[in-house]
Design a protein around this ligand. Structure first.
Ligand SMILES: [Zn+2]
Length: 452
């Protein structure tokens, strides 16, 4: 609107100027090298304007022609880039589909078309790995270490290779490097932690775990539990060195971090009882027994209670059982002590109660002992022993990750190397393994290393 108005004003002004010039065209005479030109002023003005417009148009044409080669090159580069990215995408799809030949072909294509090594190096490495060419893949990953933008990808690729090759020393070095680049990556932090605990580097593993909690990669509870396990392992090392004071300190710290961590609680109770800190040991065991009775506590409780003979052991077991009445471990603790004290009725009463929901192997074995010791009934005893071999297995340390079960708790599963994967529960009943299970069941109450 405003522009139209402006144009009208301009046209009006031009028309007035033309009319004014037509009214009084004027005379102009030019002399140049013997030439003479007579014309009107308005014609000369028209000619000058025309020449200026023609010169401006020619100049623009010249500039436009100058830009043509650049534009052609740019369009060609653009087409090349598009084809390069297409090849890159197809290569990634081929890697995902496991088509090594196609992946290799598309990678080479993308490499030529894009000429951008960081983009194609990872694909090249993956294609080589898919092809089973570990060395070529390793070379690509190593080449990626040299550029800041691909360093992490290179370290990650080499780390995965080292872990697949079970080269734990190399993997640990690479995990450290990856961690320095990306400390907040959950994948990096958890792999570094796993490698550190497998190498027995408890202190470093504890630091990694604490940082993971700070970075919110691990929950506070899981962090405390992990640190309790690490403290306990450090304590076991101190005990192996003969450093009793450090052992006790580690047990106290581990128990403080996670009172429900049974191995530390049992070891601490035994240690305190052995150190004549009987009241402290007894109250620790009583608290633990209320939460989760574990056969490892029974003997230490007798010691902590100052029981001097079999009858006093029965009294201690009864006091413990009252803290968690009805629990099968409470009944078995009293029954075993009563058998030692030859209190047959008390033993039978507790064993029959424990057998209520189906006699477990331990109940059957104690029943066999009762039948044999009380009345010398060997055929009844044999029958109970037969039942023991068929009964459900006793609780043991069962790996949550692979199902492996052992009598003695360890920080790492011997089968799958998982950290802190053992939980105290009944292993799955497997027929044919009864013999193996038997020895483990017998061992389970005293599965923890003896106190020195
Ligand atoms: Zn396992």
């Amino acid at each position: 609107m405003l522009r139209g108005l402006w144009l009208l004003v301009l046209l009006g002004a031009l028309a007035s100027a033309a009319a004014w010039l037509a009214d009084d065209p004027g005379d102009v005479t030019l002399h140049w090298r013997g030439w003479r030109l007579d014309t009107s002023f308005s014609l000369l003005l028209g000619a000058v304007v025309l020449i200026a417009v023609a010169a401006a148009l020619l100049y623009r044409l010249w500039i436009a022609l100058g830009r043509v080669p650049g534009r052609l090159t740019k369009a060609r580069d653009e087409r090349r880039r598009r084809r390069g990215y297409l090849a890159l995408t197809r290569g990634m799809v081929a890697v995902a589909a496991g088509d090594a030949d196609e992946a290799r072909r598309q990678t080479r294509r993308a490499d030529v078309l894009l000429g951008d090594p960081p983009l194609t190096m990872l694909l090249s490495a993956q294609a080589a790995r898919l092809d089973g060419d570990k060395r070529a893949a390793g070379n690509f990953f190593t080449a990626m270490l040299g550029r800041p933008e691909t360093e992490f990808l290179g370290v990650r690729g080499l780390l995965i290779q080292a872990m697949n090759d079970s080269d734990e020393d190399k993997a640990l070095d690479l995990a450290h490097r990856a961690y320095s680049l990306r400390p907040k990556s959950e994948w990096v932090a958890s792999n570094l932690f796993d490698l550190q605990v497998r190498a027995g580097r408890w202190v470093e593993a504890g630091e990694t775990l604490s940082r993971s909690v700070r970075h919110k990669l691990v929950s506070g509870d899981a962090g405390r539990r992990g640190r309790a396990v690490i403290r306990y392992c450090l304590g076991l090392e101190a005990r192996a060195r003969g450093d009793g004071a450090e052992y006790l300190k580690a047990l106290l710290k581990a128990h403080d971090l996670d009172p429900e961590f049974i191995p530390a609680a049992v070891s601490l109770a035994r240690r305190l009882a052995a150190d004549a800190k009987k009241r402290k040991a007894a109250s620790l065991i009583e608290r633990a027994w209320r939460r989760q009775p574990h056969p490892g506590f029974v003997e230490a409780y007798g010691e902590a209670s100052g029981a001097k003979d079999a009858l006093e052991q029965v009294a201690a077991a009864q006091r413990l059982a009252e803290l968690n009445p009805g629990h099968v471990e409470s009944r078995l603790a009293v029954a075993a002590a009563a058998l030692d004290a030859e209190l047959w009725d008390e033993a039978r009463k507790n064993l029959e109660a424990a057998a209520g929901d189906g006699a477990s192997a331990r109940v059957c074995r104690l029943m066999a002992r009762l039948e044999e010791q009380e009345g010398g009934d060997t055929s009844a005893a044999r029958e109970w022993l037969m039942r023991a071999s068929m009964a459900d297995p006793e609780p043991a340390w069962v790996c949550d990750s692979c199902g492996n079960w052992v009598a003695e708790w360890t920080a790492l599963c011997g089968k799958c190397s998982e950290f802190d994967s053992f939980v105290w529960r009944a292993p799955p009943h497997v027929l044919g393994l009864a013999g193996e299970g038997e020895s483990i069941r017998l061992a389970s109450p005293d599965a923890l290393p003896p106190e020195s």
